[in-house]
Ligand binder design. Sequence first.
Ligand code: NDP
Length: 246
Amino acid sequence: MQQTLKDQQAVVTGGGRGIGAAVVERLAAEGAYVTFTYASSHAAADRLVARVEEAGGRARAVAVDSADRDQPRHLVEDSSSSGGLDIVVANAGGGTIKPRGELDDAANDRMIDVNVRGTVDLIRFAVPHLRPGGRVITIGSASAHYMPDDGTSVYGMTKAVVAGLVQGLAREFGPRQITVNNVQSGPVDTDANPADGPASDGLRSLIPLGRFGTTSEVASLVAYLASDAARLINGASIDVDGGYSS
Ligand code: NDP
């Protein structure tokens, strides 16, 4: 099979598990050398590196907290030391979903720190290292524009901020032939949102296809946006949600 990302340098945040892990595996299968971050699950990150290598790919894992002010800067400097970066995927994130009024300041601050500031900082630090033709891809959420459940307002706000950010950055970086796009997942079966979790039946009833997405289905869109075939797509937020937010 022809590899669409042969020898490209990629950084994926939050790649140890879930959607990020599927993105790491897919980009590595397409030939990229992938540096990915995780928060604290060393064993899961090590297992992922082993899986990638067994499949003939290249990946390395680094513990980096996306909410930290300095660690993401060191990450991109280190990852681009052999000549630059080609692909940056800002995936680390998540949310505390609680009924209105029950979210405390700490939970709200954490969502804003990781989902918003962590994404802004990663991109800001990475862009000087991105080569022409580079790709910036954020993992947003359908919750940016569809919030049927009580409790998703702050999480949805952080993902709406990411959609707005991408539109502005696309205009700023386009002249350098760098595209910036946002993948808006609907419910995807991960540890954070298991397809057999307590809220899953309610969510599933809102998805026209009647099922949660899989991490590899999200990774397919990321791989496409990273490929040369997607070179005209810039500033887009694309839903991959089985019609959940339609
Ligand atoms: P998971 O909780 O399954 O996995 C999260 C991964 O990110 C883990 O590897 C975790 O590390 C890492 N991580 C978490 N916080 C940080 C941090 N501060 N710094 C670095 N790494 C971190 O999440 P999902 O795969 O479900 O979600 C991934 C992204 O997709 C998020 O941005 C989320 O908002 C978005 N999304 C998910 C949906 C879903 O239904 N699953 C729907 C819509 C959007 P460790 O393993 O060490 O804990």
